[in-house]
Design a protein around this ligand. Structure first.
Ligand SMILES: Nc1nc2c(ncn2[C@@H]2O[C@H](COP(=O)(O)OP(=O)(O)OP(=O)(O)O)[C@@H](O)[C@H]2O)c(=O)[nH]1
Length: 190
């Protein structure tokens, strides 16, 4: 069985950004390519979970799938569950597609903190629930949540007693990674 699968969430609407964030560019690479690069060393397989109209635009050897029909358009939890249902693994390292400073070193460091269930990051009181590691048994919790129309990632993490990696465990450079680019202005400012 596959041990670790990387999951890149790219099924959002990018309304604030104005165009699909996965294809925004920093330097020579598109955001989704940066996420793939960060995950490759730690993952046996990588899955991008996106919207049907965007599938053809990803140029990669990674799997590119869409949210399962019954969860489509229901947010990040739908993307995570669709990936877990697509390939069985021990654990899943999840990343949003809008963190262009993410690096292999930081993903490796997060893995060292993961013991069981879910591990995510909280910096200066701000949670980053989509930079997270999920054990496979969370699949049933995800199914339950989505079936109950409970779409909040934070609520699911609270109910699952996630382990939170705090900023004090990370260097200044590592903390910088947790910068999401929600608008073109944010990307321009860097
Ligand atoms: N697969 C999947 N990913 C999603 C879904 N909704 C959001 N995401 C991803 O989750 C991450 C965080 O999404 P947000 O930035 O909060 O939402 P967004 O829709 O991309 O952007 P806004 O429209 O500006 O809110 C991004 O990587 C999104 O692509 C979804 O329904 N399915």
């Amino acid at each position: 069985m596959t041990e670790t699968v990387g999951v890149i969430l790219a099924g959002g609407l990018s309304r604030r950004f104005g165009s699909p964030k996965a294809f925004a560019q920093l330097g020579d690479l598109k955001f989704y390519e940066i996420a793939i690069k960060a995950l490759t060393a730690q993952c046996d397989e990588i899955i991008i979970v996106t919207r049907p109209e965007l599938v053809k635009d990803f140029q990669t050897d990674a799997h590119v799938i869409i949210d399962k029909t019954e969860y489509a358009g229901r947010g990040p939890l739908a993307g995570i569950l669709s990936a877990i249902e697509f390939v069985q693994a021990d654990r899943y390292i999840v990343l949003p597609c809008d963190m262009p400073y993410v690096s292999e070193a930081v993903i490796g460091k997060l893995e060292t903190f993961h013991e069981k269930d879910i591990t995510a990051v909280i910096l200066e009181g701000r949670a980053h629930p989509l930079v997270s590691i999920w054990d496979s048994h969370l699949k049933s919790e995800l199914q339950k949540a989505l079936n109950n129309n409970q779409l909040s990632v934070m609520k699911l993490l609270a109910e699952s007693e996630a382990t939170w990696i705090e900023g004090s465990s990370l260097t200044d450079g590592e903390r910088l990674v947790f910068t999401n680019m929600n608008t073109p202005d944010e990307l321009e400012r860097g």
